[in-house]
Ligand binder design. Structure first.
Ligand code: ASP
Length: 367
């Protein structure tokens, strides 16, 4: 009795016996070897400094990109990632993370995972130990625990107090009362007293809704590319809300034949533009990292204007996006760019010439 061919064996035989039809319009490109490079968000610098020597000495780009972001996952002072990340509107910290590996074009991600310190490592486990791309919520937590990750309380006292202060000042019409002693500091910022501790929200997290994430893309000395993005997401988010960071193509994307990109900032805009994928596709067609980034930011600005028909808050009085989004881009030749929709800011880059350093972002709307 002969065994009927499975889909896999049938396709395997077909591919082995025939050359692929020439549907591509250009030859796949390959990465420069011997030019280790990293690019990422501003908060990636401490991790790059820690990793650079071993990475530039021939380390694997995925291993070291993950180590770069783990620096902030365990840093309780970074209120946008891992431990110390600001919680959702219910006071629970949930994390999103993803990894992507250029040579195998494989990815893994977790979303809305709770109580796990290093979601970037769990994302890698999803890639390497399952047939899936994304595991969410309770399932992601149980998967992490199954692979030996500890249960960790991620809500720090500072983040909890910030959440209480935010919750209590949301509305004068609900049942929650703002802290009794509320006064202005010398700079006019409100001081909240939570559990006896004076807390200047504006001092701690700035006047706007706190945002942040960490991304790192890396090109190894062996010419391999890889990337990772990890975040606690938008502060005070609706429970269950997932941003761009664990979505392949939105918060990160890499392709061994084109390059790598990742995003921080308003996740919804990176999702709606498929921003990281769009940038890598432009790199594939020969655009420089800077041109690719600016092109996609321009699209996001136009998309925001259209979206403002439903959500007027998306644009300011001049019709420009009222939110921020940044991309970090790495070409196969080791060229990098960091771009932002508006204003000033920095990104991190590490090259054989200069090692890890911060560089100014290029803005679509500088003012
Ligand atoms: N991109 C993240 C998210 O939307 C947040 C951020 O980077 O500020 O969840």
């Amino acid at each position: 009795m002969t065994t009927p061919p499975t889909r896999r064996t049938f396709l395997g035989a077909a591919l082995a016996g025939a050359s692929l039809p020439a549907v591509h319009t250009q030859e796949p490109r390959t990465a420069a070897k011997g030019r280790p490079t990293m690019v990422g968000s501003a908060n990636a610098l401490p991790g790059m400094l820690e990793q650079w020597e071993r990475f530039s000495g021939g380390g694997d780009p995925l291993d070291h990109a993950i180590e770069v972001v783990k620096f902030q996952e365990r840093n309780e002072k970074d209120s946008s990632v891992g431990l110390g990340g600001l919680p959702g509107e219910n006071g629970i910290v949930t994390l999103d993370a993803a990894v992507m590996h250029g040579p195998t074009h494989n990815s893994g991600a977790v979303a809305a995972i709770e109580n796990i310190l290093h979601p970037s490592e769990v994302a890698r486990l999803v890639m390497e130990r399952t047939d899936h791309c994304l595991i969410v919520g309770r399932g992601a937590y149980e998967f992490a625990r199954m692979h030996g990750h500890d249960h960790v309380e991620l809500l720090t006292e500072k983040a909890r107090k910030a959440w209480v202060a935010w919750r209590e000042r949301m509305s004068t019409d609900d049942d929650r009362l703002p802290a009794r002693k509320k006064k202005k500091d010398e700079r006019g910022g409100l001081i909240y007293e939570v559990d006896g501790e004076k807390l200047a929200l504006e001092e701690l997290f700035g006047p706007k809704r706190p945002t942040g994430t960490i991304h790192c893309s890396a090109l190894g000395a062996n010419g391999h590319v890889a990337c990772t993005t990890t975040t606690s997401g938008l502060s005070w988010k609706i429970p269950g809300r997932v941003g761009d960071s664990p979505i392949i193509g939105a918060g990160l994307y890499c392709d061994q034949e084109a390059g790598s990109a990742g995003a921080t900032g308003r996740g919804e805009s990176a999702i709606l533009s498929n921003g990281s994928f769009a940038i890598v596709e432009l790199l594939r067609k020969g655009a420089s990292p800077l041109d690719a980034g600016m092109e996609v930011l321009g699209r996001i600005a136009r998309q925001a204007r259209r979206g403002a028909k439903w959500q007027p808050a998306l644009v300011d009085d001049d019709g420009r996006p009222a939110f921020g989004v940044k991309f970090y881009i790495l070409g196969l030749d080791g060229q990098t760019a960091g771009v932002t929709l508006k204003g000033k800011g920095n990104y991190s880059v590490a090259t054989p010439e200069n090692g890890p350093e911060r560089k100014p972002l290029t803005a679509l709307f500088p003012k």
